[in-house]
Design a protein around this ligand. Sequence first.
Ligand code: NZQ
Ligand code: ZN
Length: 392
Amino acid sequence: MRDFSFKNATDIRFGKDHIDAELHDAVAQFGNNVLFIYGGHSIQKSGLYDRVKGLLNDLNVVELGGVEPNPKISSVRDGQKLAQDNNVDVILAVGGGSVIDAAKVISSAKFYNGDAWDLVVNANGADSYKLDEVPIVDILTLSATGTEMNHNAVISNPEINEKIGTRVPETPAISFLDPELTETVPARQTAAGSIDIMSHLTEQYFDRDDANDVSKGMIEGLMRTVIKWAPVAIKNPSNYDARANLMWSSTMALNGIVSVANVTGWTVHPLEHELSAYYDITHGIGLGILTPRWMKQVIEDETTLPLFARLARIVWHLTGDDDLTLAKQAIQKTYEWNASLGAEMTLPEVGISDDSKFDVMAKAGVEEGQLETAGYIKLTPADVVAIYQDSM
Ligand code: NZQ
Ligand code: ZN
């Protein structure tokens, strides 16, 4: 196993009883001027908006609502201006990954006088600009991204068809994870979130450090958890155990713990980011379409077969001696599980019915993911076009 350092300072408050008792002080400890960021209407509908406003009624709260799924740089720019004009001390982000990702970039954009897009394009974000950051407190309402306990933010710029992942210096200061708040997430979005969690685990599982059994074992356990509980949450949205298991899995899948010592980069995410950049599709749905096709392509390299066979045996409970057969069965299982959640499984089903942009998307995806050098299996733009074509 390679050397590594691991530190994650996010204070997690998991469960039903933390918000009412602790939100006020969690926010107020950083100051009185609060920027409250949220998305469309889901928190108004669920009553969470009023609850939060009630809890913070003695603080100076300015609001940035309407942050879009696949958050747009225009919202981040609006947040940057609000943060500067009101000299905010703390950001409270309430929503899914899109809201929290936007909040992350705004938190350092407050201290930047240029265009916030600069902080996204620069892969180290505010770090390399040596900017300060406003602390973030968040209330997560959708289990998917892991943003509640990581350094990542993914922002879209529709004017130039770019969706870019960046890193911010600090993970959120405090994340409130109440599974009950996810009971209103619609079935399709629950499917998308669960597929996203599975994809994060898959991207980190297919790694060339074969000696890292700790990470692989943790990933297998988390995969089995998501495979078990996502269908339960879709069938019975108010099943607390299902929502709780999905929520903690989403956090654990991408807070850095299961990827320590990894050597290989991610592949399917950069390819999906291109789909969302050009067609604004739901992230998890795009991953669910591309993942089995990527798997089909990489098992052509027989060095990948032992790990696929391990996945088949431990995660999908398949038996047999032939690694290639097991690998193919694991891919089929992956496809069937995604489809069983009700997710669309081809690009035309999500409105991508012509291949005219595949070349330019493939080139950009290979560049973003450094797939020709850092992928589990190295991919050229032509290989990526083949994955997109196979998804039609
Ligand atoms: O906007 P509102 O009205 O809140 O509705 C949202 C949105 O329409 C709705 N929703 C959220 N919580 C709800 C709810 N509806 C009912 N009840 C609730 N409790 O769900 C829709 C999608 O929300 P969004 O935040 O976009 O979903 P998600 O959490 O899946 O985030 C997706 C974004 O995160 C990025 C993705 O690329 C995408 O932009 N990612 C971020 C990562 C990270 N920061 O580490 C890693 C991921 O791989 C991913 O790339
Ligand atoms: Zn993802």
